[in-house]
Design a protein. Structure first.
Length: 446
């Protein structure tokens, strides 16, 4: 009983203290909604946020309980706020990790700075993440957990500080399936006032891999590893943005023994405005072995993805010698308002024409926009070849629903009522749809 009382007091203190933490900046209790069901359960969901300077943080708090009407009784469940029971096999480290994992679920997201500042980090579900020029990770959204669920992903960018800088990304700090980093050098950097383009040239190495091991019939499979060696030369760089020409030498190794080693060359342009927009245009060509593009792309760890749900191995399209990959992405980042959007178009080109086209678009609004809507919307369109090796035309396919997957999760706040809507539409080769929709209604207390 004492533990329950302490948990309730701590929760109330958080609500009371939020305006004090703001100190002239901004804080918000977000939205508080309540729901109940005929089975005697109820819940309160609260999403407070705070911001001061370049730091912003949003919480995801839930209080559950049960009730009876005859006799009337209400019981709150604070088990998710209490310390987990320590097992006999727990070491201090393993028990500490279990505690951290449990309480990390209360943090929906937090970030500091803007993506192209000299110091930036974001904690929470990965959203519109690009590592370096995007050779290994480009415009990535983690769709492996639901909209209302939290996930302890982490993205850190530091530099350039003098001649050096680095980036780090992980999709889950407790159980990662995507882990990578980039270290770069500015060999010609100078502190002199007369800056030249050559002073901003970057030499970089990037690594990205899936650290999860699998074991079958006594055989331990190898991890999957991608490496990029990069030279990037800004063509334009200033306070308002940057446009950069890059060349990458790419190598990859096997995971689960389904890919041979392969190497490729990648060239292109990427650019950005000061904080808002980014774009990337590139061409990739294998030079030895069999190269698989897009292992770590949006959907690879999402079982609902149209591209990956039908294959045992998470790589669908090998690239052989004589084939090139054309890739275009555009992204929008409003970190302050927790709004992100991106679109990616890709196609393989060989002597027989275009194949394996894919369009992937995502819009994510993590907190109530204009106190009205939060949203996680994903659109995926594939252009698989038929039995004759011919795929749907690109422009014709844009207006078609063949091989399209759409998923949307939203919260809509209207006059004291919170509508939670979940929708999925999965279209097959003949544009026949498997459609599912679920919704719930909650009372929005504020």
């Amino acid at each position: 009983m004492m533990k329950k009382t302490l948990c309730l007091i701590c929760l109330l203190l958080v609500l009371i203290a939020f305006p004090l933490f703001a100190d002239g900046n901004s804080s918000s209790l977000g939205s508080l909604s309540a729901n109940t069901s005929f089975d005697g359960s109820f819940g309160f969901s609260l999403t407070p946020s705070l911001a001061f300077g370049k730091f912003s943080m949003m919480f995801n708090l839930l209080v559950k309980g049960t009730y009876t009407t005859n006799p009337f009784n209400v019981a709150f469940d604070f088990s998710n706020y209490m310390l987990p029971e320590r097992e006999n096999t727990d070491t201090d480290i393993s028990y500490g990790l279990r505690i951290a994992k449990q309480y990390s679920k209360f943090i929906k997201s937090m970030h500091y700075g803007f993506r192209y500042d000299k110091f930036y980090f974001r904690y929470g579900k990965l959203t519109n993440i690009t590592l370096g020029d995007g050779a290994l990770l480009n415009n990535f959204y983690d769709n492996s957990v639901g909209y209302l669920e939290s996930k302890p992903g982490f993205n850190l960018k530091v530099g350039p500080l003098g001649h050096y800088g680095f980036e780090f990304v992980v999709d889950d700090v407790f159980l990662p399936s995507l882990l990578g980093g980039r270290l770069y050098l500015l060999p010609f950097a100078t502190d002199k006032p007369e800056q030249k383009r050559i002073n901003r040239m970057e030499w970089a190495v990037s690594l990205l891999y899936d650290p999860q091991n699998a074991q079958l019939a006594g055989q331990v499979y190898k991890e999957y590893l991608e490496t990029s060696f990069e030279i990037a030369q800004p063509m334009f760089s200033g306070e308002q943005g940057q446009t950069t020409f890059f060349v990458d030498y790419l190598m990859q190794g096997p995971k689960k023994n389904f890919t041979p080693s392969g190497n490729a060359i990648r060239i292109g342009l990427w650019g950005r405005t000061k904080t808002l927009l980014s774009f990337n245009l590139n061409v990739t060509a294998p030079i030895s072995g069999t190269y698989y593009c897009d292992y770590f792309t949006t959907g690879y760890n999402d079982p609902k993805s149209k591209e990956y749900s039908t294959t045992e191995s998470p790589v669908s399209y090998p690239m052989h010698l004589g084939t090139v990959r054309l890739d275009t992405t555009m992204g929008l980042n409003l970190d302050t308002d927790q709004i992100y959007a991106g679109i990616r178009l890709r196609s393989d080109l060989s002597g027989i024409g275009f194949a394996n086209q894919r369009i992937l678009a995502t819009v994510r609004i993590d907190k109530l926009f204009m106190k009205f809507i939060s949203l996680d919307l994903n659109y995926e369109k594939l252009y698989p070849a038929n039995n004759q090796g011919v795929s749907e035309g690109f422009l014709a396919g844009i207006g078609s629903l063949r091989n399209v997957y759409i998923s949307a999760n939203s919260q809509i706040h209207i006059k004291g009522v919170m509508f939670n809507v979940e929708l999925t539409a999965n279209y097959d080769d003949e544009a026949k749809v498997n459609f599912l929709m679920d919704y719930s209604v909650e009372i929005a207390l504020f």
